[in-house]
Design a protein around this ligand. Structure first.
Ligand code: PLP
Length: 389
């Protein structure tokens, strides 16, 4: 059974299978690789490893990230195109600080990553949700939202999107829509902030090309992170953006004062990538998480009553489950918790998000526990439908 120590972000409750949290299984965190890389960094650099870093982050990590991108994605990349971040949460906050002014509208998918909404609320921006479907963000609805904002005399500066293995919806933006989105953004002077946190966790074929890799006239800021592959506690990620935009992001007061936001951990990740064990580690994660996804999906098919719907995600951590007519996820949650399983109701993922759906994370537990979670959920949905809650 998975255990999460009590001083971590998400405490597990006794007797409840928590399909709520989109975090890696602690048993799969790269303890050995991190231990070795940290020792190597300290042995080699001594006290210099613990000094203030340069604002852009350790050159060795930036080079390793650029090398990986150039080898895997359809866009040339050098260390100059990489700014080290403290993970996508910090990077999103930084993008909002630098790229928005109070009163600006920020467009998001509805549903979107719920904790990104909190980061936006730290800034005086107006959050505007745009619906998505099985091909990702609906571009007709995006254009309608832009037109409405313009009519109201408001400015939309930024679109925050998770186009690849979406949290919570599991979908990816289609290739056609990626191109069209770039055109719409160029026309409206919109910066696209692409949260690419799940790119490495692909279970079928290849991940779609990043919008950043297709970048045309519209500016794109791509946020990458090692949280889901190595360890969220490292707080290491990066930002890709072209020339002047990256310079604007790098010229923040916080970076000028403190240097790289995660200097030591970033040096450790740089060493870890150079040592060559990372690809093997990610290959293991893909195998394990794909098997968990399949186990949960099969058990949901077995235990859920008719009227529940979901699609198998090709990557990431989540199954987005539609409930039968008449049920709302927020109302179902206490019924499910009483039967020993929890999930994230749809209403959490945007102020106007659809509460007829809910998010199930398959990252935290082994296959057997996921199967038991699906059985308990099936019993809860059946009971709620029959009014036997
Ligand atoms: C879409 C998305 N973005 C960002 C994060 C957090 O990323 P980081 O740990 O790099 O701050 C998560 C974690 O759940 C996420 O799902």
């Amino acid at each position: 059974m998975t255990t999460v120590p009590s001083d971590t972000q998400n405490a597990l409750r006794d007797g409840i299978i928590e399909l709520t949290f989109g975090e890696p299984d602690p048993a799969l965190l790269a303890v050995g690789l991190v231990r070795q890389a940290a020792a190597d960094v300290l042995d080699d650099a001594g006290p210099a490893a613990l000094a203030y870093g340069s604002p852009a982050g350790p050159a060795a990590l930036r080079q390793e990230i650029a090398r990986r991108i150039a080898a895997r994605e359809e866009r040339a990349c050098t260390a100059a195109d990489v700014l080290v971040s403290g993970g996508n949460s910090q990077a999103l906050g930084q993008a909002l600080t630098v790229l928005t002014a109070p009163g600006d509208a920020v467009l998001v998918e509805s549903p979107t990553y719920n904790l990104a909404l909190g980061i936006m609320r730290d800034h005086a921006v107006e959050i505007v949700g745009v619906p998505l479907d099985e091909e990702g963000l609906q571009l007709g609805a995006l254009q309608a939202a832009l037109a409405e904002l313009r009519t109201a005399g408001k400015r939309a500066r930024l679109l925050y999107t998770i186009p690849t293995f979406h949290n919570p919806a599991g979908v990816s933006l289609s290739a056609k829509r990626r191109q069209e989105l770039l055109e719409i953004a160029a026309e409206h002077g919109l910066v696209i902030v692409e949260d690419d946190v799940y790119r490495e966790l692909v279970y079928e074929g290849q991940a779609p090309p990043a919008i950043w890799a297709l970048e045309g006239e519209a500016p794109v800021v791509r946020l990458g992170s090692f949280s889901k592959t190595l360890a969220p506690g490292l707080r290491v990620g990066w930002i890709n953006a072209s020339g002047s935009l990256l310079e604007r992001l790098a010229a923040s007061g916080v970076l000028e004062s403190g240097g790289c936001v995660s200097q030591f951990a970033a040096s450790v990740v740089g060493r870890l990538l150079a040592s060559g064990g990372y690809d093997e580690h990610v290959a293991v994660l893909r195998r394990v998480y794909a098997a968990r996804r399949d186990a949960l999906a099969a058990a949901l098919r077995e235990h859920l009553p008719a009227g529940c719907t979901f699609a198998l995600p090709a990557g990431g951590f989540f199954i987005w489950l539609g409930l039968p007519p008449g049920l709302l996820a927020t109302g179902l949650l206490p019924v499910a918790e009483a039967r020993g399983v929890a999930f994230a109701p749809g209403a959490r993922f945007c102020s106007d998000a659809d509460d007829r759906s809910l998010r199930l994370a398959f990252s935290l537990y082994d296959e057997q526990t996921l199967q038991e979670g699906a059985r308990r959920l099936g019993a809860a949905v059946t009971a709620a439908q029959a009014g036997r809650a």
